[in-house]
Design a protein around this ligand. Structure first.
Ligand code: NAI
Length: 332
């Protein structure tokens, strides 16, 4: 099948090309992201293959349909960037990689916690400059702290297991309770109870209309003073402007984010020689207790293997008319 692969980065091509030897699809790589202005690149292709910052909204989908595209295949688990209603209307199938490595993202959330807490990034820079002082490097023990997990699906569950291993009290909030996690010692609570009790809060729910700006002025006001907030899920779960106010007042003691609501203009690009035209992220970067990583939670060898394997299988299933086990359906 002829596939236009958008937002294709050199580190992914190696994996896609390796696993494509078993499938023999015709993959054409575009560095550009897919949006209304780039849909014509997909002219003559049966499928487009996209990543988290491609914007597949209604106008883009309608244009893709006119160009003959029949399949949108996401190289990601999250699908908040695709208008599913428009895709269904245009009879375009949407497939994804549902769980390429929950551990990769969960472990990255822990990396953010450990770095913010024990300030290893500051110590690394200090020691390289011959500064061996401990001033302002004080951390806290994770043991016996209360960790609140919002969303206990694949990634949230992996995260809960790690935090239980640290000896933390793990409380959670989800629309669905996991009996397995309850058996391991996780306690489900209301959102308000979780917000008021947690020393660390980690977000692992999807972005959708119900979770957009889940964390805002009001929800910050319900948290403990000095709480640590970690977001490896999607940027718009947090109202960033409100988070900046909460950092200024000291309500938020630490913020670790791998995702950012305006990330599509920044992340996955080397802007080190340009001026960053985003005052909000510049303000965030000015806080000593904020750690930002560029959506790299998924970025492990194991996850890249799995993304490439499942993405190519999705093309083959579609082409051969097989059951589409990774289809994203409207309302699911
Ligand atoms: P999942 O679908 O297995 O789990 C999501 C959980 O959130 C489900 O248990 C669901 O019931 C729960 N949920 C839905 N609405 C909720 C609400 N209002 N309040 C509380 N819980 C709610 O998804 P998975 O694989 O665990 O991924 C979670 C998110 O992580 C994805 O949606 C994606 O946005 C993000 N992600 C980030 C990556 C990164 O590189 N930083 C990589 C992969 C995913």
């Amino acid at each position: 099948m002829k596939v236009a692969v958008f937002s294709a980065k050199p580190y992914e091509l190696e994996y896609l090309d390796k696993f494509n030897q078993d499938h023999k699809h015709q993959l054409v790589y575009f560095d550009a992201s897919l949006n209304i202005d780039t849909t014509n690149l997909a002219l003559g292709f049966t499928a487009v293959c996209v990543f988290v910052n491609d914007k597949i909204d209604r106008p883009t989908i309608e244009k893709l349909a006119k160009n003959g595209v029949k399949l949108i295949d996401l190289r990601s688990a999250g699908f908040n960037n695709v208008d599913l209603e428009a895709a269904a209307e245009q009879q375009i199938k949407v497939l994804r990689v549902p769980a390429y490595s929950p551990q990769a993202v969960a472990e990255h959330a822990v990396a953010l916690i450990m770095t913010l807490n024990r300030k290893t990034h500051k110590a690394y820079n200090r020691v390289r400059e011959g500064n061996f002082s401990l001033e302002n490097l004080t951390g806290f023990n994770l043991y016996k702290k209360t960790v609140g997990v919002i969303g206990t699906g694949q990634i949230g569950a992996a995260f809960c297991r790690i935090m239980l291993g640290f000896g933390c009290k793990v409380i959670a909030h989800d629309l669905i309770r996991s009996e397995t996690l309850i058996g391991l010692g996780v306690e489900y609570q209301s959102m308000d109870a979780l917000l008021s009790q947690s020393d660390i809060i980690s977000l692992h729910c999807p972005l959708n209309p119900a979770t957009h700006y889940l964390l805002n002025d009001l929800t910050f006001s319900k948290m403990k003073k000095g709480v640590m907030l970690i977001n490896t899920s999607r940027g718009a779960l947090i109202n960033t402007t409100d988070a900046i106010e909460a950092l200024k007042s000291g309500k938020l003691g630490y913020l670790g984010i791998d995702v950012y609501e305006q990330e599509e203009n920044l992340f996955f690009k080397d802007l080190s020689e340009s001026l960053v035209q985003d005052d909000v992220i510049e303000r965030l970067m000015a806080f000593h207790n904020v750690l930002i990583t560029p959506h790299q939670g998924f970025f492990t060898q194991e996850a890249l293997d799995e993304i490439a394997t499942v993405t190519l299988k999705n093309f083959t299933d579609f082409e051969e008319g097989l059951a589409l086990e990774n289809e994203v359906k409207l309302g699911k």
